[in-house]
Design a protein around this ligand. Structure first.
Ligand code: TTP
Ligand code: MG
Length: 358
């Protein structure tokens, strides 16, 4: 399948190790080597783990777990609040390092990015060598470690970066891709979430090798549009380009309340506050959205969204508040208790105004 006359792209996926926790350990040396949890404190309601140091992970602590559970798993764990401004600054510094090699950088989050180094600025040529240099620069200049995956497309590079984490470096070249994909468990495939993975396993599909036996039509029949993507990805084909500066498609503000809200009046007050916040963010980013989405999470964690679109953008803070309250009124039922409300604006007016993720 891989023809020698083909020219391959050179893609690197970089992901920082235990990002928030490593920054905290770096800046507070007394925390180094200790089980550290960054996130909500266990005594507060709704506290969750943003991330945990590798020392804390040995106890089973993971991102998105409740802080209470984390404390049960590891009573000696140290909890600290996140410092987002610092992480953003580190993220910017990491990107400066990437930029020495290429401008084709697609950030996925503060600590993760794809780089296309098919052509690199210093003319190094070897993607593996570039990944090594980037890791070294991050270590020397920022005293942090990153893991890198190197391959010919985004999908394989991303999986590769996870293989030898932390401080890992893994290259999966074209001739190794097919064998690599065959042994890969289905839940590792791009876009396969828990539900799809369970469905695949129910059909006796546990690895890439088994997935590969299905025709494209069969995959589409079982999994809809995603089936087409699975068909290609299991053969190591992923032509998605590295897209620098992905533009965000929506901008949101939301709040989880310290106690559940039961009255419409209280919810309306909160929506007015959220309207202010989201309006402020829109203004700062020079954006105007024509679709407003209201998100409601109830005390039983059930979540719904309701949206409404307009021919003209919702520019005034009052309009945003009014529309959100109308959407709320349409769903409100006596006796329901609400733990979270959120307002987001999307359908931005013009592409040139789109928000840059960074
Ligand atoms: P990840 O890269 O998923 O995790 P990590 O860098 O902490 O650890 P590793 O990559 O070594 O496995 O996420 C990057 C940061 O994003 C993480 O440090 C904290 C934040 N985060 C959350 O706040 N909540 C989450 O549920 C996740 C997954 C991450
Ligand atoms: Mg990470």
């Amino acid at each position: 399948m891989f023809n020698t006359s083909v020219t391959y792209r050179k893609i690197i996926h970089i992901d920082m190790d235990a990002f928030y926790a490593s920054v905290e350990q770096r800046d507070h040396p007394e925390l180094a080597g200790k089980p550290l949890v960054v996130g909500g404190l266990p005594e507060g309601r709704g506290g969750v783990v943003a991330t945990a140091s590798y020392e804390a992970r040995k106890f089973g602590i993971r991102s998105a777990m409740s802080s209470k559970q984390a404390l049960q798993l590891c009573p000696q764990a140290i909890f600290v609040r996140p410092r987002f401004e610092v992480y953003k600054e580190v993220s910017r510094q990491i990107r400066e390092i990437f930029r020495r090699y290429t401008d084709l950088i697609e950030p996925l989050s503060l600590d993760e990015a794809y780089l296309d180094v098919t052509e690199d600025k210093p003319g190094i040529g070897s993607a593996l060598e570039i990944a090594r240099q980037i890791k070294d620069a991050i270590q020397e200049e920022l005293q942090l470690t990153a893991s890198a995956g190197v391959s010919v497309n985004k999908f394989v590079a991303k999986i590769a970066s996870d293989i030898n984490k932390p401080n890992g470096l893994k290259f999966i070249g074209p001739s190794a891709i097919e064998a690599f994909m065959e042994q890969l468990p289905v839940e590792k495939f791009h876009g396969v979430g828990k539900v799809t993975a369970a469905k695949m396993k129910g059909m006796g599909l546990f690895t890439g090798e088994e997935l590969k036996k299905l025709s494209e039509a069969e995959l589409i029949r079982h999994f809809g549009k995603a089936g087409r993507f699975y068909y290609r990805i299991v053969r190591g084909i992923d032509e998605r380009p590295v897209q620098p500066q992905r533009a965000a498609k929506s901008l949101a503000a939301e709040d989880t309340f310290p106690y559940d809200l039961g009255s419409l009046a209280d919810m309306e007050t909160e929506l007015d506050k959220l309207a202010q916040v989201v309006h402020g963010r829109l203004t700062k980013n020079n954006l105007q959205g024509r679709t407003l989405t209201l998100k409601i999470k109830y005390s039983d964690f059930k979540q719904i969204t309701r949206n409404r679109s307009y021919p003209e953008p919702l520019t005034a803070v009052e309009t945003i508040g009014v529309v959100a309250k109308e959407l709320l009124a349409l769903t409100f039922e006596e006796g329901q208790r609400v733990r979270l409300l959120g307002i987001s604006l999307s359908n931005f007016d013009s592409a040139k105004d789109q928000l840059r993720l960074f």
